[in-house]
Design a protein around this ligand. Structure first.
Ligand code: ADP
Length: 249
């Protein structure tokens, strides 16, 4: 049984609008320490918006979100405190182009956590080793392949030792031959017990590592289940249709 006290993310009845458009509609979701969640669903269903609310890149208007015990609300002053707890990996890597790989990884620990340069270098190299890319430390992002850049982006997030990692379609901008190196890195993190929320259409990854798969459509959670049940016995017509479409590709 999951212990109610070890929730890393708790969202209750969350709704969000972009102008008049309701992008999230009454979402409730808890993520416990060590859990691996995969969120899937059609384009535009609100997946990215939801995880962006978890690190306050987007603000919700109704309901409650707490991340590692910090409640997210409109009057909060210290958004940085939340982001320290939440690593985020984006579709397009978002590395700092004018900094080396090493500096990309050292920047957060030095500038946000205030560690010394020597310590930041030690941390950066440790996580570059973890994503198996230490030999690229002195290169600039543009000199790396997409898969390598995404692994650097993962290392950069890990350097902040976050309580949870959010992945927003981390492989969808990659050439097909580079997808597996990023998925292997993510699988390694999952096996080591990292709490993860991954928006992805990589259903092989979902089957292999997810504790729960969540299907969203039109801003709502339509269905959630452990992968085996989700893939072999989906309950809702919309889930069945989505799975038929995605698995036929
Ligand atoms: P998904 O990640 O499932 O593809 P998104 O969360 O990106 O979906 O988007 C959900 C809906 O919200 C879409 O209809 C999208 O067009 C809309 N949307 C997303 N971001 C914005 C924004 N900044 N302004 C207005 N509408 C947005």
């Amino acid at each position: 049984m999951l212990d109610a006290s070890n929730k890393i993310i708790e969202a209750r009845h969350v709704s969000k609008w972009y102008g008049a458009f309701k992008a999230l509609n009454d979402i409730s979701l808890s993520v416990h320490s060590g859990e691996r969640i995969v969120i899937c669903g059609p384009s535009g269903s609100g997946k990215s918006t939801l995880i962006r609310c978890f690190n306050r890149l987007e603000a919700h208007q109704e309901g409650e979100i707490a991340v590692n015990g910090i409640r997210l609300h409109n009057k909060m002053r210290n958004v940085m405190e939340v982001r320290k707890n939440v690593g985020m990996v984006f579709q397009h890597f978002n590395l700092f182009p004018h900094m080396t790989v090493l500096m990309n990884c050292m920047a957060g620990p030095m500038w946000i956590n205030g560690v010394t340069e020597t310590e930041a270098r030690r941390i950066a190299l440790k996580f570059l080793e973890r994503v198996r890319i230490p030999e690229q430390a002195n290169k600039y992002p543009v000199q790396l392949s997409g898969g390598q850049q995404q692994r650097v982006a993962i290392a950069r997030s890990l350097c902040m030792e976050p309580a949870v990692m959010l992945f927003d379609e981390p492989t969808s901008a990659l050439d097909p031959e580079m997808v597996s190196e990023v998925l292997d890195t993510m699988t390694g993190l999952a096996r080591e017990g990292m709490t993860m929320v991954c928006v992805t259409h990589e259903m092989g990854f979902a089957r292999a590592v997810a504790d729960r798969v969540i299907f969203m459509d039109h801003g709502q959670i339509i269905e959630e289940a452990p992968p085996n049940a989700f893939f072999t016995n989906p309950q809702h017509e919309r889930t069945k249709l989505f799975l038929r479409q995605i698995l036929s590709h």
